[in-house]
Design a protein around this ligand. Structure first.
Ligand code: BGC
Length: 742
């Protein structure tokens, strides 16, 4: 009898041991899994979860079989493998990828379904490369054309940014790859990015700089977010109590993981208490260089453990942090249902091409475009960017593409190699971190002379210059130092225009630049960095095989002083003043003041009546779109009701095309300053010649609100509002008013 009892008892304990622990049970709620895992972990294991173990990984819990987290930049494709313990490339030969167009290109498509294809494709490549967290998309607002990282963001408007971020994030995360939206928040310049203290009003924060992040969290369900390098209210964003504890977790209910930007943590107490979960990229070896494996020096490593042991960090906080990292691991690395992913597939190339095609913005066209291959004659291509691999450089978003079609190759394929000559015209040095190595003047002069001489013999010139990914061009870590193009390109363009009137300017850049030759140039395209398939998109848009449909996601001011961020001069507004405020661990920090406040981009141009050279939302087509009459479902919007605005659009031209119909709303009279109008909706439609379609927008009171700092609430005042339907922010095709009452 006794023996039977013993056998029965050991059978029970064997069965219990064989039962899957809750933390490994994918059918259990994630909060239960986290609680179970935490209950099995030592304090040291919890602390280990909160800091890096290499440049791009954090440890899991090896004893429990909880895997490491592997991260990668982001946001335009999966970055080549970086060394375990320093920033050098590992030199792998199997880490080439699809280079997708830059996020400014995605923004120029104004097409949320392409944003979804983008997120899906990058997610698939991340899976193939065994990455769990992709460091992107970047959701900072383009405040000034000089910001070195504008090309990694989605333009100057919070609504457009949010509309594109949400599908990108959802489509990526559907496959078990986390998006890490960055850089939270107000990281709008690279100058002094490590510690500049940004001074801005709560209205500017809530109305301009936060909405896209809020949407990424609440509508996109982002699983992780990266703190910015800079400070606000004298506290670094990576451990900023108000930003992370109050706004992100408190107001928005974020349940994901807060990760530092690489090297963005500066203080153990703040890192421990102010909402940070995972510290990455801090320099080890006394925090100055990365030449030793000193991850235990991280703020959230031994110093954090000491604080906990002294009782200065509550255990709930320790569990919360480790729990957020575990949640991220469960959602990604430990997700058994995720697919295998794929790399450089025809579908990925097609996605890259489709985004590129729809991103090209036709700024101006006197009829020279499209340049039909059988009518083009002798074509001369001029410009460094016609052959330069623009995926090199730029900082952390740099990519190693398996394939890269240059514009010159694609133009030669399109027009016949025998008909296309090339003159470089100018050149930039190779991309070297922190430098734009100057090319000797004599060299530039002789290249220019050669191009101008060749332009005289050509029937048409296609000029492909612009910015590049060198420091002080479009590049992380350094802002641009001037609004005009470098390498004497304006002289070159002027002389080419003197030599030949048929010049197509097809410049590549991630942001606005000065165009002093604009009146003389017969046809101008504005093109972002388009990656692997970029050359093909450019040749197709020039030849008319693709009808351009991109619209500017930012304004192009005539001159820098016309941009709100520069209106009050460089001291204070951009980039600010050095040594202005005390810094937690570096003596003094610089400070920048956003004096233009809520009037960013077109909000400034409209309200101050300073016309842009090309306004936000502008972009022409090879066809023509006629807009019909605007009809509102009602003249009154009451309480929490809605009203609809409907307008018809007709393709009145000879070829099929796509038009982005834009809805702006203005508050005609308000007790506080409001922009003349703000983007509240858009829809991209595809129309065959002669075809008409109707576009309907639904307007809710939320679309009318401003942020009231006195009550910390979004509010709307009763009164008259104007609806503007435009082909751009200034090309308004129909207007109507309605009345709002509570
Ligand atoms: C950049 C981030 C990037 C990280 C990792 C930082 O310097 O600001 O955007 O994700 O490095 O490369």
């Amino acid at each position: 009898m006794k023996a039977i009892t013993l056998i029965a008892a050991s059978a029970v304990s064997l069965a219990a041991a064989a039962q899957t622990p809750v933390y490994l049970d994918e059918s259990a709620p994630i909060t239960d899994r986290v609680a179970d895992a935490l209950s099995r972990m030592t304090l040291e294991e919890k602390v280990a979860l909160s800091h890096a173990q290499s440049k791009f990984t954090s440890p899991g819990v090896p004893r429990l079989g909880i895997p490491e987290l592997h991260m990668s930049d982001g946001p335009h494709g999966v970055r080549a493998e970086v060394n375990w313990n320093d920033w050098g490339y590992a030199g792998w030969t199997n880490d080439s990828v699809t280079a997708f167009p830059a996020l400014t290109a995605l923004a120029a498509t104004w097409n949320p379904s392409l944003a979804a294809s983008y997120g899906k494709a990058v997610g698939e490549e991340a899976l193939y490369r065994d990455k769990h967290v992709m460091l992107g998309p970047g959701l900072n607002i383009c405040r000034t054309p000089l910001c070195g990282r504008n090309f990694e963001y989605l333009g100057e408007d919070p609504y457009l940014t949010g509309e594109l971020a949400v599908p990108y994030i959802q489509a990526m995360q559907n496959q078990g790859v986390a998006a890490c939206v960055k850089h939270f928040a107000v990281n709008n310049q690279e100058t002094w990015r490590d510690n500049v203290d940004v001074v801005l009003s709560d209205r500017a924060l809530y109305e301009i700089y936060l909405p896209a992040f809020r949407r990424a969290v609440q509508d996109g369900g982002a699983w992780s977010i990266m703190g910015a390098y800079n400070q606000i209210w004298g506290e670094h964003c990576c451990h900023n109590a108000r930003l992370l504890n109050d706004i992100l977790r408190g107001e928005w209910g974020f349940d994901g993981c807060v990760i530092t930007d690489w090297g963005g943590a500066h203080d153990t107490r703040q890192a421990a208490l102010n909402g940070l979960d995972l510290e990455m990229g801090t320099y080890t070896d006394g925090l100055q260089s990365d030449n030793s494996l000193g991850y235990e020096y991280y703020y959230l490593a031994n110093p954090y453990l000491d604080l906990i042991r002294k009782g200065e960090v509550p255990m709930e906080v320790v569990d919360e942090k480790a729990g957020h990292v575990l949640t991220l691991i469960f959602r990604t690395a430990m997700n058994r249902n995720k697919p295998w992913g794929s790399m450089c597939t025809p579908e990925h190339y097609a996605t890259a091409k489709a985004i590129g095609d729809e991103s090209i913005i036709l700024l101006k066209n006197n009829g020279l475009l499209p340049l039909l291959p059988d009518k083009a004659g002798r074509v001369l291509v001029v410009g460094d960017n016609a052959t330069r691999r623009l995926t090199d450089g730029g900082g952390s978003s740099e990519l190693k593409p398996k394939d890269y079609i240059t514009p010159l190759d694609a133009i030669r394929a399109k027009y016949g190699a025998e008909n296309v000559a090339y003159a470089r015209g100018y050149m930039a040095g190779p991309p070297v971190w922190g430098q734009d190595i100057p090319v000797p003047r004599a060299r530039l002069d002789s290249m220019r002379a050669e191009a101008v001489a060749m332009a005289k013999d050509a029937d048409v010139v296609i000029y492909i210059g612009g910015l590049n990914k060198n420091a002080t061009q479009d590049c992380e870590g350094v802002d641009r130092v001037k609004y005009s193009l470098s390498y004497d390109q304006n002289t070159l363009i002027d002389e080419i225009l003197d030599a030949n009137p048929n010049v197509v300017i097809a410049n590549i850049s991630g942001c606005a630049y000065e165009m002093p030759w604009i009146k003389r140039a017969p046809a101008v395209m504005h093109i972002s960095y388009l990656g692997t398939m970029g050359g093909a998109s450019i040749a197709d848009a020039i030849s008319g095989d693709v009808n351009p449909s991109g619209k500017l996601p930012y304004s192009i001011p005539v001159r820098l002083a016309d941009c709100g961020a520069h209106a009050s001069g460089q001291e204070v507004c951009f980039p600010g003043v050095e040594n202005a405020v005390p810094d937690i661990n570096r003596g003094m920090a610089p400070q920048v003041e956003y004096q233009e406040d809520i009037l960013v981009g077109y909000r400034w141009h409209d309200t101050k009546k300073i016309p842009a050279l090309f306004p936000f939302g502008h972009g022409l087509s090879y066809t023509k779109f006629d807009y019909g009459k605007l009809t509102l479902s009602d003249k009154n919007l009451n309480g929490d009701g809605t009203l609809t605005a409907t307008i018809s659009v007709t393709n009145a031209g000879p070829v099929a095309g796509k038009e982005t119909v834009q809805l702006y709303i203005g508050d005609d009279k308000c007790s506080v300053l409001r922009p003349v109008k703000e983007l509240k909706g858009f829809e991209k439609v595809t129309l065959a010649p002669g075809e008409t379609t109707e576009v309907t927008f639904t307007i809710t009171p939320d679309d009318l609100k401003f942020y009231d700092p006195a009550t910390s609430q979004w509010t709307v005042e009763p009164g008259k509002f104007t609806i503007y339907i435009g082909a751009s922010s200034t090309d308004i095709r129909a207007k109507s008013t309605f009345n709002y009452s509570k």
